[in-house]
Structures are given as C-alpha cells and as structure tokens.
Design a protein around this ligand. Structure first.
Ligand code: GAR
Length: 190
C-alpha cells in the first residue's frame, strides 16, 4: 500500500473518510500519519482512536513560516510519506514546501472550482444564485485553491437551502469523492 499523510486543522471528517477507505484490503493506500497545525483539532483525536500516528505542529511554536513548513516536511519524511492529502488544512503552503511533493499533494475544496475559491463557499454559492454547487479535489500549487482539478462532484442548490443544509449535502459528496480521487491519482503515479 502507498503511504499517505493527511494534513488537517479541525474536525477531520474527510480524513476519516480516507481512513475508512484505506481499511478496505483492495484500497491502494494506507494512512502513514495525520498532522495538524492546531494542537486540539478534534480530527487528531479521531485519528489517534483509530491507532493512526499523529503530530501537532502549531505555527506559534515556530519563529517563521519557513521553519514551520520545514518541521512539517521533516515529519512527512519521517512517516515515509508518498502522497499528501490536505483535508480542511487551513493554511496556505509555500511553493518551496510544495515543490518536493509536486504531483503527489492534493486538496479537497467545497466548491466547483474555479468557482468560489477561499472561504464561506456554501453561503457564496447560494448568494450567487448558483443552481449547482459541489466539491473539487485538485492538485496543490502555491496559489490558493488553484491547481488543476482531478475530480468533482455536483449537488443541486435547493430552494429552501441554508448554508448548513447545502454544506451538509456537499460534505457527503466530499467523503465519497476524496477516496476515489486519491485512488485515481495513485493509479497513475509510479
Ligand atoms: C471540508 O468541507 C473541506 O472541503 C474544507 O473544510 C472542510 C473540512 O472538514 N476545506 C476548505 O475549505 C479548504 N479551503 P473536515 O475537517 O471535516 O474534513
């Protein structure tokens, strides 16, 4: 199995969807470790309960962004990471950090990219009057939510939707899409 590290900042439901997929014997990946920039991220506890290795590396423990990223990189190497999945990791990574993982670092974003980069995507989709919304898995580049899209899933925006009901519909799709997209990336990456 290929070794995947998951970077999170919060709840970690996409991390858990990946871990669930990895539990299947025929899935091509395993979770090598879960790393968070938030010490008390609920997702870290969820990972630990599953017996997955975890690391917390808060930005405040480091003198600079560069040193913080260097520590993250060292942890990934220590886990013998081959692929990196960002899953609700709420920090922009530098080009210098991304370079050694190019083609093997991906993110999930709760919109149909290139629409609605950034935060608060469900509210913005509703306010824009979008008939359709969804989620995207994309390659990570130095720009925010900007790399080439690997896979997308679509949901309808319904008349009575709030950001919460729409967000829940999208999240259910995220949990299906991310493991599928990772499987596809692994299949085409020697
Ligand atoms: C997910 O909806 C993910 O797409 C989004 O944060 C949520 C994390 O939830 N990511 C971004 O907005 C990145 N720009 P989770 O911690 O339960 O996976």
């Amino acid at each position: 199995k290929r070794r995947v590290a998951v970077l999170i900042s919060g709840r970690g439901s996409n991390m858990e969807a990946l871990a669930d997929a990895c539990a299947a014997p025929d899935y091509p990946a395993m979770i090598a470790g879960v790393l968070s920039d938030v010490e008390d991220a609920p997702g870290l506890q969820a990972a630990a309960r599953r017996g997955i290795a975890t690391a917390a590396l808060p930005r405040g423990d480091f003198a600079s962004k560069r040193e913080h990223e260097a520590a993250i990189h060292r942890q990934l190497v220590a886990w013998r990471t081959e692929f990196v999945c960002l899953a609700g990791f709420m920090r922009l990574l530098s080009g210098e950090f991304i370079a050694p993982w190019q083609g093997r670092i991906i993110n999930i974003h709760p919109s149909l990219l290139p629409r609605h980069r950034g935060l608060d995507t469900h509210r913005r989709a509703r306010e824009a009057g979008d008939a359709e919304h969804g989620c995207s898995v994309h390659h990570v580049t130095a720009g925010m939510d900007e790399g080439p899209v690997i896979a997308q899933a679509r949901v309808p925006v319904l008349a009575g939707d709030t950001s919460d009901t729409l967000g829940a519909r999208v999240l259910a799709e995220e949990h299906q899409l991310y493991p599928e997209a990772l499987r596809a990336l692994i299949a085409e990456t020697p």
